[in-house]
Write a new protein. Structure first.
Length: 248
């Protein structure tokens, strides 16, 4: 009988206990804890991006990416057929509808089929891509780097640029995956990138996620929205409908 090989075994052999102990001793275990700031800066340095927004989960990151990409009720978003449901649920969170796109031999979204769909089954007026079947605008493409395999992201980004679509990279399973030629990491190539730190991911915080973006101002707004859109720490003035998606 073959030896059982588990899907994932979290490895806590470093300073994890030390950091948890520090947080408990400090009695500061909310969204403002110092370790979160250090974590965001460390991840930003690793990924070579300006800013990172730490969140409760990768799903929270995808939800925020939908909002930041301007996806709203009545829109459509292209998603891969092969993925975990968490990559698709955020489309519905904002009231939009998913369009399922076939995958290639690497288990990621097929650029050729994406291109054919956009050119043959949609109309593009120079600004908005419209699904002929539903007459609904298509706003974004969610590209999942399945099992850490880097999708043909440059081809997909080229197609998306042609049709004015935002590219949201679900890099939840692909922290550390990068292009050999450019050195760019998965999650940093499209308009938005999302990572997960669930128990079965490359590194884990027990749960948690992070969002990055091509425009660092989007990450700043993500942090604002994810902490209830609170403008100040004294009078609790909220300038938008915020969410509680940051670490507690």
């Amino acid at each position: 009988m073959s030896e059982f090989i588990p899907l994932s075994v979290p490895n806590f052999c470093g300073n994890e206990l030390k950091y948890v102990t520090e947080a408990i001793k400090s009695e500061w275990v909310s969204t403002g804890v110092a370790q979160i700031d250090r974590f965001e800066k460390g991840l930003a340095n690793y990924l070579h991006v300006e800013r990172v927004c730490a969140l409760q989960s990768g799903t929270a990151g995808l939800h925020l990416a939908m909002i930041l990409a301007g996806v709203t009720s009545g829109d459509e978003v292209i998603v891969p057929t092969l993925t975990f449901i968490a990559a698709v649920n955020p489309v519905r969170y904002v009231g939009a509808e998913p369009i399922f796109m076939d995958c290639d031999d690497f288990l990621c979204m097929d650029p050729e089929k994406l291109d054919s769909f956009c050119s043959e089954e949609c109309n593009f007026n120079g600004e908005v891509l419209v699904d002929k079947r539903t007459n609904k605008p298509i706003k974004a493409v969610v590209v999942v780097h399945v099992f850490g395999n880097l999708a043909r992201i440059n081809e997909i980004c080229s197609i998306a640029k042609r049709y004015n679509l935002k590219v949201i990279e679900d890099a939840t399973e692909a922290l550390g995956t990068y292009e050999l030629e450019s050195g760019r990491f998965a999650g940093t190539i499209g308009d938005f990138g999302v990572f997960s730190f669930n128990g079965n991911k490359i590194i884990t915080t027990g749960g948690g996620g992070a969002l990055v973006a091509k425009n660092s101002e989007d990450v700043k707004r993500a942090k604002h929205l994810s902490t209830q859109a609170k403008q100040d720490t004294l009078y609790f003035v909220h300038d938008e409908v915020g969410l509680q998606l940051s670490y507690d």
